[in-house]
Design a protein around this ligand. Structure first.
Ligand code: GLA
Length: 386
């Protein structure tokens, strides 16, 4: 806390006592690429995340500095210069939120100085961008007294990601970061935004996050492409079925859907979506029955479906998961959007260290990259740190 405040004072050169906020990242345990198809997903907010240190200004200017992007230096904008600017990189998320609030008639009567630091690897499938966006909405809610609910904050952050940043993501990341509950994951119905906190651990086992360290350059365009494919398939399906979302369909509908779509690629995408929804619901039963083996089996099936039918994994993620399974993990799968980024493994506690060592070696040989591992805890959503 004191370190962060001192950094803030150093960077901005004034003595105002700032407020400190923390916004978590998230890991999704199962239910991938179905939050924009009205499905159930099972994410948790984690202890890695983004800190924001902020103090009000007397004018309408915003000065921002990120420790992770220090090469960009201090970025300064005013309430009138909030349009997207490629050169501002990370700061666009902040500008996008402020622009949204201004355009939606919230009173923004002063600017602020903002220092950002964090320990969440960026572009890695742990939602560093949603963590930052929700943080900025939360700070605005606090210092401008906007009276937003946590779900409203998540929706604003998603809207900025969709319309200002051009990434057509679903609501899972923003909602789990806004509404996380300590020691729980959230069973989230993305059609209604209802959430149920559930225990997400098995006695004698730990979750390990494995980072491919593979940079995901084309993620946004590939992600938008998948979403578009789902929308096209839904339109065709709606000519015969009265459904609002792909996840309203059941695995037994698949043979008829195959005929109706008459398109191998779209069918593969829909098959993933419908079976993933089914796997997520079955995983909840496994969780309630304290059945780690059954849960892990669904993790493995989920990865296979994301690899073969949804095609969002690739050599790096596949290698990590295979190596993990070979060396003690009972289940492993990609988490988040895919195309690089992170995977998760469920592994017996006393096997975890051995697994990390072995996976590290195999992965290095195969890809020349140094995988990283994180043991995380599940945490509450965004908040002020006092
Ligand atoms: C990204 C998106 C989420 C979700 C996942 C895939 O993290 O931001 O909305 O679609 O990918 O499950």
């Amino acid at each position: 806390m004191e370190l962060l405040k001192n950094k803030f004072k150093q960077v901005f050169g004034h003595q105002n006592d700032p407020q400190v906020y923390f916004s978590p990242g998230r890991v999704n345990l199962i239910g991938e690429h179905i939050d924009y198809n009205g499905g159930y997903v099972f994410p948790a907010a984690i202890n890695l995340g983004t800190y924001g240190v902020c103090a009000k200004r007397e004018d309408l200017n915003f000065r921002m500095f990120s420790e992770q992007e220090s090469k960009l230096g201090m970025i300064e904008v005013s309430l009138d210069t909030l349009d997207y600017n490629k050169n501002h990189e990370w700061a666009n998320y902040v500008k996008g939120v402020i622009k949204y609030l201004k355009e939606h008639q919230f009173d923004i009567l002063f600017g602020y100085d903002l220092y950002i630091d964090g320990n969440l690897p960026t572009a890695s499938g742990l939602s560093s961008s949603a963590s930052l966006e929700v943080l900025i909405v939360y700070i605005a809610n606090d210092i401008y007294g906007l009276n937003l609910s946590r779900a409203e904050m998540a929706l604003i952050a998603q809207s900025v990601e969709n319309d200002y940043m051009g990434m057509h993501c679903g609501i899972m990341d923003q909602l789990s970061i806004a509404c996380g509950v300590k020691d729980h994951a959230l069973l989230m119905n993305t059609a209604t935004l209802e959430m149920k906190p559930m225990t997400a651990s098995f006695e004698g086992y730990v979750w390990v996050i494995m980072n491919t360290k593979y940079p995901r350059k084309t993620t946004d365009s590939k992600y938008n492409e998948r979403r578009h494919e789902c929308e096209m398939a839904l339109k065709k399906i709606q000519t015969k079925y009265t459904v609002a979302y792909l996840c309203d369909l059941k695995p037994e509908n698949l043979p008829n859907i195959k005929e109706l779509l008459n398109d191998a690629l779209l069918y593969k995408r829909v098959k993933h979506v419908i079976t993933e929804q089914d796997r997520t619901l079955r995983a909840m039963e496994m969780m309630q029955n304290h059945d780690p083996i059954g849960f892990a089996d669904l993790l493995n099936q989920s990865h296979e479906s994301l690899k073969t039918d949804y095609e969002v994994t690739g050599l790096h993620l596949d290698s990590l998961c295979e190596a993990a399974r070979r060396h003690g993990a009972i289940g492993a799968r990609v988490t988040g959007a895919g195309f690089g980024g992170c995977a998760i493994a469920l592994v017996e506690s006393n096997q975890a260290e051995h697994m990390k060592q072995e996976v590290k070696k195999i992965y290095l040989e195969k890809t020349s990259l140094h995988a990283e591992f994180y043991s995380v805890t599940f945490e509450d959503g965004v908040q002020e740190v006092k």
